[in-house]
Ligand binder design. Sequence first.
Ligand code: ZN
Length: 159
Amino acid sequence: MDQSITVQKSNTGLGVFAAESLEPMTKIAQFAGPVCTLDAVPKEQLNYILRATKDLYLTPETDARYVNHSCDPNCFIDDDLFIVTRTVVHQGTELTISYNRISESEAQDWGNFWHPAWSFHCQCGASRCCGYVNKYITDEVRPYAESPISRSEPQHALK
Ligand SMILES: [Zn+2]
């Protein structure tokens, strides 16, 4: 395991926490493991899989497996499937990604399919929490500097 993170109990089972304060753009864990079609994923793994392409799903065997969802996550997943911090994350803070925010191109490629086993009532506590996660949202999570969702000022205030 990477020394900069720990896997420990969270509100919703296990979670991944910062063992030290982390700078933005720190790689904390990579999604790695067997890749197969959805039909071939063992039932007990359905809640852990990462959609890699339209038809292929990765079952993570690394600490990435335990990173929980937030509607306002402090990490994102890069092109190499690393979980990367978007901002400064202080020691002891839980590291989170969004399970359902995807890019426009992914949405076009993947369509509307969402497995019922992936749905859950969110307890992330974010002010922008959507409450019930049961579909993809095309509002990709990016580093804060590039991310429209992180602006604290409403758009119209820029006039
Ligand atoms: Zn939420």
